[in-house]
Write a protein that binds this ligand. Structure first.
Ligand SMILES: C[S@@+](CC[C@H](N)C(=O)[O-])C[C@H]1O[C@@H](n2cnc3c(N)ncnc32)[C@H](O)[C@@H]1O
Length: 250
């Protein structure tokens, strides 16, 4: 986890324009990619991270060993923090997976000081995240019923207007959306395919459930779609949609 989110983290944080010495929180911090970038580039007073996975929190604790960081195991729907304790609350690559993203954004707004920043980013699964698009387009072309699993279909939130509406309905002000485009480079087809064999999420679970013959068919169908350079490498674009809003002064 974090191979690509780390690349989105820097432009995302720069876009927020939060000054030094801020108190940050990172909801769904995972292995700590976003928190680490906050520490490295934004000179925070503190970073409070939260994830529901004890394993990821343990990993992030080992990675971010410094007194400004406090990491907790918990749920984005019920943040274990008092109101108004952060200047900036961020959330990377999580909102679309939540059963109630609206509740999570309200929680992010609750813990953020009036006038503070609440922001998030998600992958553009339906178009701009080419790594996933090639995978699902190949799978659906082989087996039409796979369309029901396609994250482009399942995550309508991952577009500018729904993201803007989510933040506005949570009471945030001056809401803005921006596209963040990064390059995702793979050494070769194996390097591209490996995350689908072992990672978490819908696509790896789908690959894992296939028998060996079907798995090889799918790999070959994906490979045919990939823009493989003469040296074997593959360069794809990945678009994230970022959204930010200001916590209201009550
Ligand atoms: C795709 S990962 C992104 C991690 C990290 N933000 C990054 O950008 O690398 C999504 C994370 O959200 C966490 N997560 C999923 N549901 C959650 C929930 N209800 N509350 C808190 N964390 C959750 C997962 O454990 C995982 O670490």
């Amino acid at each position: 986890m974090g191979r690509w989110s780390q690349k989105v983290a820097s432009p995302f944080l720069t876009w927020l324009g939060v000054g030094a010495a801020a108190r940050w929180s990172d909801v769904g911090c995972g292995t700590g990619a976003l928190s680490e970038t906050i520490l490295r580039r934004h000179d925070p007073a503190s970073v409070g991270g939260l994830d529901r996975s004890a394993g990821y929190v343990a990993y992030a604790r080992a990675r971010l060993q410094e007194p400004r960081v406090r990491l907790a195991i918990g749920d984005a729907a019920a943040l274990p923090w008092k109101a108004y304790v952060f200047d900036a609350t961020v959330c990377g690559l999580l909102l679309n997976f939540l059963p109630d993203a609206d509740l999570a954004v309200r929680e992010m707004a609750r813990v953020t000081t009036p006038g503070g920043m609440v922001a998030a980013y998600v992958w553009d699964y339906s178009r701009g995240m080419e790594m996933m698009r090639h995978f699902w387009d190949a799978a659906v072309a082989l087996w039409a019923e796979t369309a029901a699993l396609d994250q482009g279909e399942r995550f309508p939130l991952c577009q500018p207007e729904p993201l803007k509406a989510l933040m506005t309905q949570a009471g945030l002000q001056s809401v803005e959306v921006c596209a963040i485009d990064i390059e995702t480079r793979f050494r070769d087809v194996d390097d591209y395919w490996r995350p689908f064999l072992g990672g978490q999420g819908a696509a790896p679970s789908y690959v894992l459930a296939l028998d060996e013959h079907a798995r090889q068919r799918l790999r070959e169908a994906v490979r045919e779609r990939l823009p493989v350079a003469p040296d074997g490498s593959i360069c794809l674009q990945a678009r994230a949609w970022a959204v930010k809003g200001i916590s209201p002064r009550s």
